[in-house]
Structures are given as structure tokens and as C-alpha cells.
Design a protein around this ligand. Structure first.
Ligand code: C2E
Ligand code: CA
Ligand code: CA
Length: 614
């Protein structure tokens, strides 16, 4: 590239011109004339001097004589034009010769112009000016070009940056999309696939099974046993850690082909692909239960968690992945019934029992609307006097098709579905009403009516208002009413339980702790909540005649109750032997088939009238 010359050099006054001529007269003449015109002039008397002068300072233009001894003007010009440093300097040839061939030569080697001698000074001047203008214009174009180039390259850099940024944004967006997809398909706590992804995976397995009749896969449905206790005793934060630890432990039991998913709370599912037969799935279930024998280390705790496992074998007979999952769930439910840490393989008969249960749930809903319930009353007898002290109201369901259904079957279902709340309120109203009618008929007897209150009911925020309203409606004096609650009711939320119990006590409503000995049997809360009565569960009473341990437990409970100034009711008194034994233990009340089975309203009324005596 030619050296860049500042534009001002081309201004006439300062332009630098080298005049090369072996004729000193010519040199003098031109120098004088051009100096007068304001140019800076240097002279060279031959080619070599000219080249040295050019090297020293680049002239803006050269007037170059062609005919010189040693090195002629063409040679000088050629050297200059071959050198990139000097290539761009305009050369105007001066010559006496006027042949066409020489002019052509002059231009072909890079001459800018051509002046023939003898010259007119004015012509020289104009040609010089033209060349300088041309040079200036060229420089300007060069300048503009380079500016343009710079701008283009700046712009290119900007565009590249913008492009880079765009690429970055696309990458970010893709990442965000991936994250969203991950969230949509995974459980946030454990990072495991969630139900949606599991269903997709099962669908794939099912497709394969439809194509390859020999292809079998297994679905294991896992549910942690008594996980609620972990949450209740250690708190939800620790509970979450336990879930993560279980997920890790389960993962360690799997092969790379298997899929572990979390369905929610303490439920997990495993797909085992490509099994030979059911024994592969059973072995996996056994391994899981074995692995879970090793405690999970969570903070300072050693946590033992068992799982109940339902197994369903996936094959081409299934239409939908959800159905396989449902069957594994049903099998798990059966495994739960066997106790902790069991597995069950799905059988179609299980589905029938679930369907039956579902039907029963629907029927139970209708039973509330259609008032298919009635009450039985089971007498409670004072073991000291041998006379009756009251009744326990027990609900009964007369199913329109199936006939009598035991509360042992439908009460847990009513608890699960929440239907126990309206049922319980109905029971309370009905029992209070009947009791009030007996109070009016038999004013001489001081009896009480015990009504069972389920955990769900106990937690209803408007329970007290409901009780007040029922007492007001039925006009029953609240002193006749006794509520039977279980340990779970007060254990779950001690504070609100305490508030509620205070309100009940303020109304002189008595409180009885039902099924004592079967639950937590925590002494500390027995102390804290001043309850009136302890009902010893009938599982202890049934055995006292021939099981020392049961007898000792009953003795201990009685001692404890008396220290806490509580009455004791023994449930399930079935024989005279029970009766005598319990009386000897100092137990105040008894209830059981020995005295009477639960009675319908009329029989119960006859019972009061007859005043039986033991
Ligand atoms: P529970 O409160 O422990 O009621 C006593 C149960 O023992 C009753 O069973 C009663 O029939 C039975 N029973 C009484 N004496 C004997 C006996 O000598 N031997 C034997 N083996 N059993 C005896 P039932 O009526 O089947 O009630 C079962 C459970 O259902 C009740 O146990 C109670 O938890 C629940 N339940 C019954 N009625 C109601 C109710 O109105 N509301 C609520 N929430 N639960 C109720
Ligand atoms: Ca009871
Ligand atoms: Ca009981």
C-alpha cells in the first residue's frame, strides 16, 4: 500500500515537486517558474540523484526528463513504480521527442502525463495542477474508502456482537424451555420423574409389548408405611429429607434400564423393563425391603422406613398405562393390609374388591341423603351397684340392597371421605333426642348417653356451635352427655384440643377416652387433659381370664386412671368371669355382651324400665 499523504500537501502552495533534468537550464527555468507559483521545488540532475531525493522525502509530484545519460527517465520511473513506497507518486514526463511509441511507453510504465519540449510554462503548470488535483481526489477516495471500510468493519463487529447475543439468547431460551420441560415432567423435591413422565414411559413400554408379544415389564407401586409419624414427630422439613433419602436408597436398588418416579407424598413407582417372568419383579421388591432395613441417616436421626409394594405385570392385554398403574396401586393396598414391608402381586379379584369398595363409598354418600342410618344403644353398667349407668350410642347402616353393614366397615370409610362429619352430627342429634325422651319418661334415673366423636369431627371448627345447637333443639341437659374421643383426636393438635376440651367442660359435657391401650397411650397428655373416663379397649378384657400380660396391663391402667381421678369403663365384658375379675380390680363400669348387646331404641327403653340388676 502506498504511503498515505496528508491532503494539505496537495494544496498548490505547499506541494512538493521534484524536477529531474540533465539540462541545468531547464532545471533553472522550471524551478524558478514553479517556485514563483508557490510550489516547493527540489532539483535532480540525473536519475540516481532523483531516486536518492525521492527516498529522502517523498515528493508530491515528479517532473521527469526522459532523455538522460546513464539512467533515462523510463528506468527511473520503472524503479519508482516497482517500489510500493513510491508507486503512487505521479510522474509527468518531459521530453523533446514527440513520437507515438514513446508516449505509449511512458503511460504503460506508469507515467501520469507527458509534456513535450520545448514546453510552454503555462501548460506545465496546468498539467501539474491537474495531476495534483487528481492525486488529491484519489487520496480523498482512499480516505473515504478506508473510513467506509472502518465503518463496515465496526458495523460487522457490532453485527457479530448482536449475532452472538442473539445466539446466547437462543441458548438461554432453550435452556429455559428445558427447565420448564423438566419441571413439567419431574418432581421438584427429588428431581425424579413425576406421574406425567411415568405415564409416558409406561405408554412406551405398552407400545413395545403390543408389538412384541413376549415383552413383559413390571410396575412396582410403593407406599411408605406410617410416613405420617415421621412428619408429625420430626416435622415436614425432616420429612422432606427422608423422602429424598428414600428416593436415593430406592435408586440404588435399580438397574440402569429401570425408571423410578415419585407420584407424590410418600408414593413411588418403579418400572422394571424387559423381565422374564414375575419372579424378577418379586426379587426386586424383596431387595428393596431388604435395603430399607438399613436405617436412613437424617441429621441426628436414624430413620427406619418400610414400604408396602404392589406389583403389576405390564403386558399387551392392557389398553392404557393408567390401568397398569391402578392395578399396581390396588395390589399395594392389599400389601398394606398384610402389615408393614410386604409386597403383593396384582390379581384381578383384587380389582373386584376395590370396585366393591368404590360402590360402597358411593352408597355411603347416598345413605347420608336417604337417612339409612339408625342407632343402637348399648347399656353401660356400674360394677359397684350392678345397676345400669348409661348407654353408648352406636350407629348402624341398613343398606337398601346389602342389608346391615357393620360400622367397623363403613366408619373408616366415612372417616376417609369426610362423610363422618354429617353422619356424626346426625348421630349426636338422634342420640340426644332419644336420651331427652328417656329423661322425660324416667326422671328418677340418672343416666348418661355416650356418643362417639371421630377425629375428623373433633377437628371441625364449628363443633361447639353444632353441639350447642343440638342441645338447645333437643332440650337435653348437657350434663347427660358424654363424648367418646380417641387418643389421635387430642394427640394431633394438643393446643386446639385443649381449647375445645375446656369449652366442653364449661358445659359440663363429660369426656371419655375410647379404646385406651391400642394407640399411643401417652401418659403425659393424659395428665394434661382432664378427662373424666378411660375406656379400656376390649382386646385387653377378652384375654384377662387366661393371659397374665393383659391382666397386668388392665391393672396398670386402672391404677393410673384412679391416680388421675378418672373413671374406668371396661369394654367387651362377655362373661361372668370377666365381670367378677373387673369388679375385683376396682373398675367402676362395664359394657359388653354379658350385660347386653347394642339394642334398638325400644329394647333399650324396655331395658331401662326393667331395671336389671347384677
Ligand atoms: P367402639 O366405640 O369401641 O364401640 C364399641 C364396639 O364394641 C361396638 O361395636 C360394640 O358393638 C362392640 N361391643 C360391645 N360389647 C361387646 C362385647 O362384649 N364383645 C365384643 N366383641 N364387642 C362388643 P360396633 O357397634 O360394631 O362399633 C364399632 C366401632 O365403630 C366403634 O367402636 C366405634 O369406633 C365406631 N362407631 C360406632 N358408632 C359410631 C358413631 O356413631 N360415631 C363414630 N364416630 N364411630 C362409631
Ligand atoms: Ca366408643
Ligand atoms: Ca371402644
Amino acid at each position: 500500500m502506498s504511503p498515505k499523504k496528508p491532503q494539505k500537501n496537495f494544496l498548490k502552495n505547499q506541494a512538493n515537486i521534484l524536477v529531474v533534468d540533465d539540462n541545468p537550464d531547464n532545471l533553472r527555468l522550471l524551478s524558478k517558474f514553479l517556485s514563483q507559483k508557490g510550489y516547493k521545488i527540489r532539483n535532480a540532475i540525473n536519475g540516481n540523484t532523483a531516486l536518492i531525493a525521492v527516498k529522502a522525502t517523498h515528493p508530491d509530484l515528479i517532473l521527469l526528463d526522459i532523455q538522460m545519460p546513464e539512467m533515462d527517465g523510463y528506468q527511473v520511473c520503472q524503479i519508482l513504480k516497482n517500489d510500493p513506497e513510491t508507486y503512487d507518486i505521479p510522474v509527468i514526463f518531459l521530453t523533446a521527442m514527440n513520437s507515438v511509441i514513446d508516449k505509449v511507453k511512458a503511460f504503460s510504465i506508469g507515467g501520469a502525463d507527458y509534456i513535450t519540449k520545448p514546453f510552454q510554462l503555462e501548460e506545465v503548470l496546468i498539467r501539474i495542477e491537474n495531476q495534483l488535483k487528481f492525486q488529491a481526489a484519489k487520496a480523498e477516495i482512499r480516505q473515504l474508502n478506508s473510513e467506509l471500510k472502518n465503518r463496515v468493519s465496526d458495523r460487522t463487529v457490532e453485527l457479530e456482537k448482536a449475532n452472538e447475543k442473539l445466539k446466547q439468547e437462543i441458548v438461554e431460551r432453550e435452556k429455559a424451555e428445558q427447565r420448564l420441560l423438566h419441571i413439567a415432567w419431574h418432581d421438584s423435591l427429588t428431581g425424579l420423574p413425576n406421574r406425567s413422565l411415568l405415564i409416558e414411559e409406561l405408554q412406551t413400554c405398552l407400545h413395545r409389548a403390543k408389538k412384541e408379544p413376549d415383552y413383559l415389564f413390571a410396575v412396582l407401586f410403593l407406599d411408605c408405611d406410617r410416613f405420617k409419624i415421621v412428619n408429625d414427630s420430626l416435622g415436614h422439613l425432616v420429612g422432606d429429607k427422608v423422602i429424598i433419602a428414600i428416593a436415593n436408597r430406592l435408586q440404588s436398588c435399580l438397574s440402569a434400564e429401570d425408571t423410578l418416579a415419585r407420584l407424590g407424598s410418600d408414593e413411588f413407582t418403579i418400572i422394571i423393563r424387559n423381565i422374564q417372568d414375575i419372579s424378577d419383579a418379586i426379587n426386586r421388591a424383596k431387595t428393596i425391603n431388604q435395603e430399607l432395613q438399613i436405617p436412613l441417616k437424617i441429621e441426628a436421626y436414624d430413620v427406619f422406613i418400610n414400604v408396602s409394594i404392589g406389583i403389576a405385570i405390564g403386558n399387551a392385554t392392557y389398553e392404557k398405562p393408567e390401568h397398569i398403574l391402578r392395578d399396581a396401586d390396588i395390589a399395594m393396598y392389599q400389601a398394606k393390609k398384610l402389615g408393614h414391608a410386604h409386597y403383593q402381586v396384582f390379581e384381578s379379584s383384587m380389582r373386584d374388591s376395590v370396585l366393591k369398595r368404590l360402590q360402597l363409598e358411593t352408597d355411603l354418600r347416598l345413605a347420608v341423603q336417604n337417612q339409612e342410618f339408625y342407632l343402637n344403644y348399648q347399656p353401660i353398667i356400674s360394677l359397684c351397684t350392678g345397676k345400669m349407668a348409661g348407654f353408648e350410642a352406636l350407629v348402624r347402616w341398613q343398606h337398601p340392597q346389602q342389608g346391615f353393614i357393620s360400622p367397623g366397615e363403613f366408619i373408616p370409610m366415612a372417616e376417609e371421605t369426610g362423610l363422618i362429619v354429617p353422619i356424626g352430627i346426625w348421630v349426636l342429634r338422634e342420640a340426644c333426642q332419644t336420651m331427652q325422651s328417656w329423661v322425660e319418661k324416667f326422671p328418677e334415673f340418672k343416666l348418661h348417653i355416650s356418643v362417639n366423636l371421630s377425629v375428623k369431627q373433633f377437628r371441625q371448627p364449628n363443633l361447639i356451635e353444632e353441639i350447642d345447637q343440638i342441645l338447645a333443639e333437643t332440650k337435653l341437659n348437657s350434663e347427660y352427655l358424654k363424648l367418646e374421643i380417641t387418643e389421635t383426636a387430642i394427640m394431633d393438635s394438643a393446643e386446639s384440643a385443649n381449647r375445645l376440651l375446656k369449652q366442653l367442660r364449661a358445659r359440663k359435657i363429660k369426656l371419655s377416652l375410647d379404646d385406651f391401650g391400642t394407640g399411643y397411650s401417652s401418659l403425659s397428655y393424659l395428665h394434661r387433659f382432664h378427662l373424666d373416663t378411660l375406656k379400656i379397649d376390649r382386646s385387653f378384657i377378652g384375654n384377662i381370664s387366661d393371659d397374665r400380660e393383659s391382666l397386668e396391663i388392665v391393672e396398670a391402667i386402672v391404677t393410673l386412671a384412679h391416680q388421675l381421678k378418672m373413671d374406668v369403663v371396661a369394654e367387651g365384658v362377655e362373661t361372668l368371669m370377666h365381670f367378677n375379675q373387673l369388679r375385683n380390680l376396682g373398675i367402676s363400669f362395664g359394657q359388653g355382651y354379658f350385660f347386653a348387646k347394642p339394642l334398638d331404641t325400644e329394647s333399650a327403653e324396655a331395658f331401662i324400665r326393667n331395671q336389671p340388676q347384677w
